[in-house]
Design a protein around this ligand. Structure first.
Ligand code: HEM
Length: 488
């Protein structure tokens, strides 16, 4: 007698033969009454959910966040209430533009998305490994992503589309300079920082609000791949970053990040020389220093990739009392986009899936929908207010403090009017040593060499010239463009 459990159908019936289809005679044909065969084939056909429209290739791990610094003067969020307090987390790292089978070492920003399972619900910090982004208006996101994906005609990645769009969107310069520096090809996920990039807010028990940016500083140190090595690995080991993260955790080398905040008061925000809600800008750390909050450690690999990573649904809209949004219009666009994407990708009841469900009690009056599998509220009332004892009721003590907006009018304000696209990328370029500057020039020229569309190269060189004449000159030399052509 085998000690293996009996193989069954989805409905528990024992399967007597899992090797041979029922056929009319030894040579077939197959019989429709072989419901086990039909069930297996039909379920197999439905094994895939749509891949994420961006950030499709990713790796996940579980871990812990531990408070090391007191920020209770800024936030009443319970997860920060005590030094030493621990909160379970799930993290998903990703590349942005490639498909779910694409290479981990592509030049691309890396997603850095953390789900904190707090006692007051889930807080998701859905950031990147870069402190800024290419855009600052959500209306442009679908166009931008189209330029990073495949050309609809050739089905190839398209340097013309990328540089055409960037050359017409100078707000992208800061992120472009980061992307083509060595930080555009991190050596796996352990050796990079994470950023909220956006400004969020924190409010304390007295209802006082400050603006905040989140920083996750890798304890492993920054390590990036040289473009030649990144290119080699894209063929030799496309799953390089997944392999590195998984095996590091299996070996007990748990990666850690120092979690910090930058704080800006509402008064400071009024006189800050840039728009504090502009996602293409950083806040200089000399003026807004990092304040340590805690440490995040990843120490457990998922048991099942599909269940825990593919079905993970993170959203910048998931905040907890003590953490709020900001007027950043990109962030506001994202507040819609993610949960909408989850409903499409994994279904309306995605929040019930174990990786997404809160680890604190939760109850509301939402009911039914496809694949509801938690008892659907049982025999309790499905409306509120109600006079039934013991049913969930709103809790006004968690009301967020009001956000004053002043005397404003609704309009499509240009996000470029107030703009300085150049000084922060210039400061970054000047911070690089000559070797890094040369690598940046080589990387950009390498990509722009593929551009064939008229006018794009010259227009983009004009932007690079405004960032730094040396940057434009270096690229132009490799592309064989005379300085006079772009105003150099
Ligand atoms: C994933 C939309 C900007 C970081 C996604 C997804 C969508 C989306 C639809 C797929 C979600 C899913 O299917 O699970 C947008 C829109 C943006 C925007 C509309 C701008 C208006 C950003 C920015 C950041 C970011 C600025 C970083 C600061 C991420 C990350 C993921 C993601 C990390 C992957 C989450 C995961 O690992 O599951 N985005 N995004 N996105 N986005 Fe964005």
């Amino acid at each position: 007698m085998s000690d293996k459990p009996i193989l069954t159908t989805n409905f528990g019936q024992p399967v007597a033969d899992n090797q041979n289809t029922q056929t009319a005679g030894p040579r077939g044909p197959a019989l429709l009454q072989d419901v086990h065969l039909v069930e297996k084939l039909a379920h197999f056909n439905r094994e895939r959910v749509p891949e994420r429209v961006v950030h499709a290739k990713g790796s996940g791990a579980h871990g812990t966040f531990r408070v090391t610094g007191d920020i209770t003067r800024y936030t009443c969020a319970k997860l920060f209430s005590q030094i030493g307090k621990e909160t379970p987390v799930f993290v998903r790292f990703s590349t942005v533009g490639g498909e779910s089978g694409s290479a981990d070492t592509e030049r691309d920003p890396r997603g850095f998305a953390v789900k904190f399972y707090t006692e007051e619900g889930n807080w998701d910090m859905v950031g990147n490994n870069t402190p800024v982004f290419f855009l600052k208006d959500p209306l442009k996101f679908p166009d931008f992503i189209h330029t990073q994906k495949r050309n609809p005609h050739t089905n190839l990645k398209d340097a013309n589309a990328k540089w055409d769009f960037w050359s017409l969107s100078p707000e992208a310069l800061h992120q472009v300079v980061i992307l083509f520096s060595d930080r555009g090809t991190p050596d796996g996920f352990r050796f990079m920082h994470g950023f909220s990039s956006h400004t969020f807010s924190l409010y304390n028990a007295a209802g006082e609000r400050v603006w905040v940016k989140w920083h996750f500083k890798t304890r492993q140190g920054i390590k990036n791949l040289h473009p030649t090595e990144a290119g080699r690995l894209a063929g030799a080991d496309p799953d390089y970053a997944q392999r590195d993260l998984f095996h590091a955790i299996e070996r007990g080398e748990f990666p850690k990040w120092r979690v910090c905040v930058q704080i800006m008061t509402q008064e400071q925000a009024k006189t800050f020389r840039w728009n504090p809600f502009d996602l293409t800008k950083t806040w200089p750390q000399g003026e807004y220093p990092l304040i340590e909050v805690g440490e995040m450690e990843l120490n457990r690999n998922p048991q099942n990739y599909f269940a825990e990573v593919e079905q993970a649904a993170l959203s910048p809209g998931n905040v907890v009392p003590g953490i709020g949004f900001s007027p950043d219009k990109m962030l506001q666009g994202r507040l819609f986009a993610y949960n909408d994407a989850h409903r499409y990708r994994i279904g309306t009841n995605y929040a019930q899936l174990p990786v997404n469900a809160p680890q604190c009690p939760y109850h509301n009056y939402q009911r039914a929908g496809s694949m509801r599998f938690d008892g659907n509220g049982g025999s309790g009332p499905n409306y509120e207010p109600n006079s039934v004892p013991g049913t969930p009721a709103e809790a006004p003590q968690f009301r967020e403090p009001p956000l004053p907006l002043g005397d404003v009018s609704a309009w499509q304000y240009s996000h470029r009017d107030e703009d300085d696209h150049y000084s922060q990328p210039r400061a970054l370029f000047e911070l690089m040593d000559p070797g890094q500057q040369q690598l940046l020039i080589d990387n950009i020229a390498g990509s722009m060499k593929e551009v064939t569309q008229d006018g794009v190269v010259v227009r983009q060189l004009g932007h690079f010239h405004k960032v730094h004449p040396q940057l434009a000159a270096g690229i132009a030399r490799q592309l064989g463009v005379a300085p006079a052509a772009y105003g150099g």
